[in-house]
Design a protein around this ligand. Structure first.
Ligand SMILES: [Zn+2]
Length: 124
């Protein structure tokens, strides 16, 4: 019989992982990668408490997409923010602690000649 190192209870009785799921703040957001591909990033999963590879496998099959787990983050191909939250909630993660962030476009400040001229005139 295996004993959990954290709580000292036999593994079948151990609730460490369930507790960890409830208290963890998970961030779900999308980033745009090369060639304009959107990736959904799941951040804040504690690898010591959660089997991140197993979780990645579950998310990949539920979202029907490709993905990898690396550096404590899960990367899924495509935009699956809503689905990820659904899946995590159904697995026992508290939906209050799942933070969804929308992808924000970087502002491209275009400095055209007119703009520069106006600023120049104001100085005088
Ligand atoms: Zn335990």
């Amino acid at each position: 019989m295996k004993i959990c190192e954290v709580c000292g209870l036999p593994e079948e009785l151990c609730v460490c992982e369930e507790i960890a799921r409830e208290v963890q703040t998970v961030k779900v957001f999308t980033v745009r990668r090369r060639f304009g591909k959107l990736m959904t990033i799941v951040e804040g999963i504690d690898e010591h408490d959660i089997d991140i590879k197993e979780l990645t496998k579950t998310l990949k099959s539920k979202c029907a997409c490709g993905g990898t787990a690396k550096n404590g983050q899960i990367e899924l191909q495509g935009d699956h923010k809503t689905k990820v939250k659904e899946v995590l909630s159904s697995m026992g993660f508290s939906s209050d602690t799942i933070e969804i962030r929308d992808y924000k476009k970087k502002n491209n400040h275009k400095h055209n000649n007119n703009h520069n001229n106006n600023r120049h005139h104001k100085k005088h």
